[in-house]
Every structure is written in C-alpha cells, then in structure tokens.
Design a protein around this ligand. Structure first.
Ligand SMILES: [Zn+2]
Length: 413
C-alpha cells in the first residue's frame, strides 16, 4: 500500500507555503511507503520512508510538520556530522538524534504541528540556540525508551543505515533517480541558505545556519550553479522562480513518478531547454574574469546535459552570435561601450527561443525596463577592480544576480 499521494502532496504544499524559503528542499524529498516502519524517517539520500498505516492516522498539518522536521535534518547534514562524532551503541544514537532534534527546535516556532514528540534543549538540560554537537556532549540523555522507535528520524539524522533503508542510489544518471546525490544536496543547501537570508522573518536558528554557509568561502560557482538550476527548473514549471510559493503545477508534478514519487527539483538533464549567454565585451570588462566565468557556465550547462547554447558577444551592440557546443569555440568581439539591453533583445529573438539567459557583465550598462517574457535572466556580475572606485548600479530586480569575484582561484568543489 502506498501512502495517500494526495495527502503527501497536500502536506508538502502546506510545508512549502508555510516556510517558502525551505521549499527547494521540501520539494527535493522523495516519499516512499515502507510497511511496518512504525513512523517516518529520512535517509541520507533525502528519501523519506513513511509507514502508510501511520500516515493514515496523521492529519495533513502533522504530516507537513514531520516533512519539515526531516527536511531540517538533511539540510543540516546531521548524518555527516554524526559520523564525525563517531556514535557507539543505540543509546548514543538516540542521544544524538535528540541532540539534533533540539538543534532543529530553534528552526521552527513552537507551534509547528508534529505527530511525534522530539527532544528540546531544555529537556536535555541545555540552553537553546546551540548545536547538536554541544547538546550531545553536555546534554543529559533522556530516559530509556524501550520499544519506542519514535525517536528514530532515520539515517538522514544519524548516518547509520537501518533494516528499512533501501540501498543507496546506484547511479548518478537518470532524471527520476530516487534520492538526491551529494553534490546536488550541497547545491540545494546553498539555495536554501540564500533563500533564508533574503526572506523576511526567518527564525534566528535558521538564519545562523544560513550565515555559516555564506562565510568567506561563498563560492560564486555554487551560487551560479544554483541559479541556473533554479532557472531551468522554473522554466519546466517545477519551482516558482519568484520564491513566493510553489505553483499548483509543481504540486501536481511532484506526484508524478508512481512508487518513487517526487523529485520536484528536477535534475537539469533536459535537452528541450535552450540557454543563451550574453557576454559583455566592452572595454571596461576584465577579460580574464569573463573567460573564467564563461568557462564555468559552459561546465555547468554541459553537466546539465544542455547541448544547445547561444553565446552572444555584446558591447553596445551584438557583435557575434554563435551556437556552440564548447565555449572555447567562441570568439569574443567587442571593446566599445556597453548596452546589455541590446544583447538581451537579440537573445530573445533567437529560435528556438531561450528559456534561460545568462548575462555576464560588469554591470555598467543600461537594462530594459521590463523583463523578457517567459524567460529567466541570471546576471553574473563580474567584479570591478576596487581601485577604480566605481560601483555599478544594481541589475534589475527581475533578474537574479550572482557576484563573480576574481580573488579565489580554482573551483571549490
Ligand atoms: Zn528528528
């Protein structure tokens, strides 16, 4: 018996609406039925295992609350952190999960509806606002709970595979592969962190978590990858690019896929997506940085299985357009003034029409006042030499901006 798909979809939608900045992660979970499990768990590959009998007794809000709770475990990589702690017996495992649950407690207001109890910092004898490692070290283990498996949030919370866990996903290929691979997990974490930081009213615990991901190692490559992923996903109707809330269609799509459900943050492997890259070749642009950024975009698109890429070299007019398979093939012309609006206009007139346009520019350019129709625009804002004392105007609000700096070398992933 499969868990009621409508109920799962409704719970997911409830969760994503309630916490829109977590939506990317909530929609990345897959949900499968596991008879006899006695509850709900998540594994290290973001696969939720749900006992259909138990799910039948929960209402939609409770199921949504449980999905949010498990989302927090995988976002915070409690499995990876548990391995670093080197847990011993089951009692230690349970104590770790309690510590992780207490850490999650700060992420949500007290009224998060849950079907299962979970530990709080206070119960462990600690002040809240801490990390699972601190709670684990200095907290008092809760009294033994023989026969009660409610504490077990799964290997996604403690890193130890249990009897109900299916084998890890065997292949990185295939769009409907159940489970989220490690690299994709990192991208989703980065995306959620960005969403948390740009949201109003995200809880302090989550903001702290997001801040740690922003740290000096903010990697424009990861950010750019996340934006391109989101842009392509949104063109496929899977995520609402506006961040406001998932579309109804996303909810419907998330239920496609039968027994495996639900990978609504799809992999990028989609040959039907066309992407245009507009390169600012005006004289103010740092050529080395432009080449680096372009090579990165190429790598991302190639990894995404996107074969057709239009590259436009543009200063105050479009100088060259090529349809390329490798970006080294492109000759960049230009060197005059700057008008990226001209580049966008030409890009939009290409056939097939691009769904995603990436603009690589230093930002000293006019922009069109209205966004291109049915198209996501991602601006890779190339860093300007600080010695110049110049600051470019912000790109338009209808675009997504990733700041690309020259300071660090080499891909950080
Ligand atoms: Zn938990």
């Amino acid at each position: 018996m499969h868990p009621d798909q409508h109920k799962v979809a409704a719970a997911r939608l409830w969760a994503a609406n309630r916490y829109p900045y977590l939506a990317s992660a909530v929609f990345a979970l897959s949900v499968d039925a596991v008879e006899g499990l006695g509850g709900i768990q998540v594994d290290e590959w973001w696969r939720v295992h749900l006992d259909p009998d138990v799910a039948g007794r929960w209402d939609i809000n409770q199921l949504g609350g449980e999905l949010l709770h498990l989302t927090a475990h995988v976002l915070r990589d409690h499995a990876g952190r548990a391995k670093a702690v080197e847990l011993g017996d089951t009692a230690e495992l349970a104590h770790w999960v309690d510590a992780a649950d207490a850490e999650i407690g700060d992420d949500f207001p007290v009224d998060l509806p849950r079907a299962r109890p979970s530990a709080t910092a206070t119960q462990l004898g600690c002040r809240d606002g801490g990390l699972a490692e601190e709670y684990f070290r200095s907290g008092d283990p809760l009294a033994s709970r023989d026969g009660d498996q409610q504490w077990d949030c799964g290997s996604g919370a403690h890193g130890r595979t249990g009897p109900f866990d299916p084998p890890p996903p065997s292949s990185d290929r295939g769009e409907r592969r159940a489970g989220v691979g490690r690299e994709q997990q990192e991208l989703i974490r980065q995306q959620v962190a960005n969403d948390v930081l740009s949201a109003d009213g995200a809880p302090p615990g989550l903001r702290r978590w997001a801040e740690t991901r922003r740290s000096p190692t903010v990697d424009w490559r990861a950010e750019l990858a996340a934006e391109i992923r989101r842009g392509v996903a949104s063109r496929r109707g899977a995520v609402d690019y506006s961040y406001e809330r998932p579309s109804r269609r996303a909810a419907a799509m998330s239920e496609i896929g039968g027994g495996h459900g639900i990978v609504a943050l799809p992999s990028l492997r989609d040959p039907s997506i066309d992407v245009a890259v507009v390169c600012d070749t005006s004289s103010s642009v740092d050529d080395t940085l432009l080449s680096t950024a372009l090579a990165e975009v190429e790598g991302l698109l190639r990894a995404a299985g996107i074969a057709r890429v239009d590259v436009l070299a543009c200063d105050d007019a479009v100088q060259a357009v090529s349809r390329v398979r490798r970006i080294e093939e492109v000759q960049l012309f230009g060197g005059g003034g700057t008008d990226m609006a001209a580049g966008l206009a030409v890009a939009q007139d290409r056939r097939p029409r691009p769904s995603v346009i990436v603009v690589l520019t230093d930002g000293f350019t006019p922009w069109p006042s209205v966004p291109p129709e049915r198209c996501v625009v991602i601006v890779g804002l190339l860093g300007v030499d600080p010695a110049s004392g110049l600051t470019p105007p912000d790109p338009p609000t209808w675009s997504r901006t990733v700041r690309i700096e020259a300071t660090r070398s080499g891909p950080n992933r």
